[in-house]
Design a protein around this ligand. Structure first.
Ligand code: 4FV
Length: 268
């Protein structure tokens, strides 16, 4: 998969793309990244890419010409690779990014990500993008972090990116649910012992326990995720078990940590 990122802070993206899962995926040739800086499409010695907003008001707005030139450069690069790469503008006005959208993008040959700065970009450029995506209802100082969030999430779905494909498979099984709790050595920390099932070697029981815990934390912290996701027979059975074990009663204090303590002594 190919990513073309348009940004006046290309170093930020370059730095992040040299580390972690994403950096390894580039080294392994699973994905490639090109950066396009609108400043390289300016003719004044200050390489001006922003100007004051028409109608007044605070801050600056990114200008049309340098952005359109950078977009053309990115589209030419995509054409050179014979791939269709939709142009995505990262903006709080966009569709909310979620796992479903991430998987949709991961099936594409490439994406062009437009990262704005200042108050935003001239609306005549917004009119030319294929899609707007938001990573959340808050205002950041630039679109670079959202672009990196998106690329990191997508990269995890590309075959070969995650060390062992098992985690990708498992990640897909628990799709739409919150994660189950993780434990590692030592087996006993202070007075807290790792749930016995996890040291039982019984992989069927471990898989069942983990699904049950994922359902439990999803019910407690994000019940909305359960309403929009079809439940398998096993998942319905496990939820019934959880309710019979009192899950429903402590819905009031969904996320306060105290009710996590009775996790371990739950029947496995
Ligand atoms: C953002 C978000 C975001 C708005 C003005 C960049 C900033 C500044 N992008 N999800 N939330 N963008 O806050 O995607 O130019």
């Amino acid at each position: 998969m190919w990513f073309g990122v348009i940004s006046i802070m290309t170093e930020m993206i370059a730095q992040a793309s040299r580390t972690g899962v994403f950096g390894r995926a580039i080294d392994q040739g699973i994905l490639s990244l090109d950066l396009f800086d609108p400043r390289t499409h300016t003719s004044d010695r200050h390489q001006t890419v922003d100007d004051r907003p028409y109608g007044g008001g605070p801050g600056m707005v990114m200008m049309v010409a340098p952005l359109l030139a950078a977009i053309d450069e990115a589209r030419t690069a995509a054409a050179g690779r014979r791939i269709e790469a939709p142009l995505i503008y990262l903006s709080p006005q966009g569709e909310q990014l979620d796992q479903r959208m991430v998987k949709e993008f991961a099936d594409l040959p490439g994406l062009i990500l437009l990262s704005g700065r200042y108050e935003g970009i001239d609306e005549r450029v917004v009119d030319r993008v294929d899609r707007m995506v938001s990573i959340g209802d808050y205002v950041l100082s630039g679109g670079e972090l959202p672009a990196m969030v998106m690329m990191d999430a997508i990269a995890r779905h590309l075959p070969g990116t995650l060390g062992n494909s098992a985690s990708a498979v498992e990640e897909s099984h628990l799709d739409g649910l919150l994660d189950y709790p993780h434990y590692t050595r030592p087996e006993i920390a202070g007075s807290e012992r790792v749930p016995e099932v996890l040291t039982s070697g019984d992989h069927g029981a471990i898989k069942r326990w983990r699904l049950k815990q994922a359902l439990r934390s999803t019910w407690l912290a994000r019940p909305d995720l359960l309403t929009e996701r079809p439940l398998s027979a096993l998942e319905r059975e496990l939820l019934a078990e959880l309710f019979s074990e009192g899950l429903g009663t402590n819905r009031t204090n969904r996320t306060n940590r105290t009710n996590r303590t009775n996790r371990t002594n739950e029947s496995d």
